[in-house]
Design a protein around this ligand. Structure first.
Ligand SMILES: Nc1ncnc2c1ncn2[C@@H]1O[C@H](COP(=O)(O)OP(=O)(O)OP(=O)(O)O)[C@@H](O)[C@H]1O
Ligand SMILES: [Mg+2]
Length: 288
């Protein structure tokens, strides 16, 4: 018998179809279809109030969509957050949601409760079943803290972490539920450029572990560097979707989302700086 090695087939991890969310007279998300496949990092962009977070809330069962359905690996998900997490979708929040008075390690351990048979209360109350599972959980949580670069701060209270590290901790906690798909809502908001680059590396590393990623972000350069595919929401509707470089050049995106000629193009700022410096040195030369 011969064995052949083939690359793992691409499968659809997330399949959202016809997702609509109305709040009274306001349609925040209108008939949105979106898929995410294994091995992909997909970006979701759009102006403030476009419906990006609402769409995430529909995917994760926080909101029950007015219409449409959300399937994970071929199974339609019930709109209940704990069942969605159990199925394999984890998320972080635009407004960080950590247990501020718990340690960094404890926050990650709480994130594991959907994967331990003992459950959240057992974890919090430290019942006997929990003690047995605790060692394994701690090892895994420490691994995740190593992975996200927070291991040295395992015993610090979450509230004492700088903002950028709180965002990383949210990611570590989300990873603790062992997801197949990670949803990130503005993971670099409030980060400096160096932290943003580190976040980029972290997200690539997450993808390389076989976890598909769907990421909302306003930082266009970050999105264009990171994503295989980008979808654009404007006033609740998906107006464009495609490879990053195609979306970046799309007139409708430039008009609807960016408003002005594309300022976020990778390298544009540097090119402008170089141009300005050259012009300056030429002028200086003329003065001599
Ligand atoms: N629970 C709610 N009840 C009523 N309206 C809501 C609710 N949640 C969101 N909205 C409205 O839905 C629209 C989309 O909001 P959403 O927060 O999804 O936008 P967003 O694209 O995430 O914006 P941002 O980039 O500012 O985070 C907004 O008009 C918002 O006011
Ligand atoms: Mg939002």
């Amino acid at each position: 018998m011969t064995t052949t090695t083939t690359a793992p087939a691409t499968t659809t991890v997330l399949d959202a179809s016809g997702v609509t969310m109305r709040f009274g007279g306001l349609t925040a998300v209108r008939d949105v279809d979106l898929t995410v496949n294994t091995g992909e990092i997909v970006g979701l962009i759009g102006p403030n109030g476009a419906g990006k977070t609402t769409f995430f809330n529909c995917l994760t069962g926080l909101y029950v969509p007015t219409e449409g359905k959300v399937a994970y690996k071929g199974t339609v998900l019930p709109p209940k957050p704990h069942l969605v997490t159990q199925a394999g979708i984890a998320r972080t929040f635009q407004n960080i949601r950590l247990f501020a008075n718990m340690t960094v390690l404890e926050n990650v351990l709480v994130g594991r409760h959907t994967r331990t048979k003992e459950g959240l209360w057992s974890a919090l109350l430290r019942l006997p079943g929990f003690r047995r599972a605790e060692e394994t959980s701690r090892e895994r949580a420490m691994e995740l803290l190593e992975f996200t670069g927070l291991a040295a701060k395992a015993d610090h209270l979450a509230r004492n972490l700088p903002y950028g590290e709180q965002r990383k901790l949210e990611i570590a906690r989300a990873l603790a539920s062992e997801p197949g798909l990670l949803l990130l809502d503005e993971p670099t908001a409030g980060m400096n450029p160096q932290e943003t680059r580190a976040a980029e590396e972290l997200i690539f590393a997450i993808r390389d572990k076989g976890i598909a990623v769907l990421v909302i972000e306003h930082d266009i350069r970050f999105i264009m560097n990171l994503c295989d595919r980008v979808a654009v929401l404007v006033q609740g509707e998906k107006i464009v979707e495609g490879p990053a470089e195609v979306v970046q050049a799309d007139e409708r995106v430039i008009a609807a989302y960016l408003g002005t000629p594309f300022e976020g193009e990778p390298g544009a700022a540097e090119a402008a700086e170089v141009e300005a410096a050259e012009a300056h040195s030429t002028t200086e030369g003329d003065d001599k």
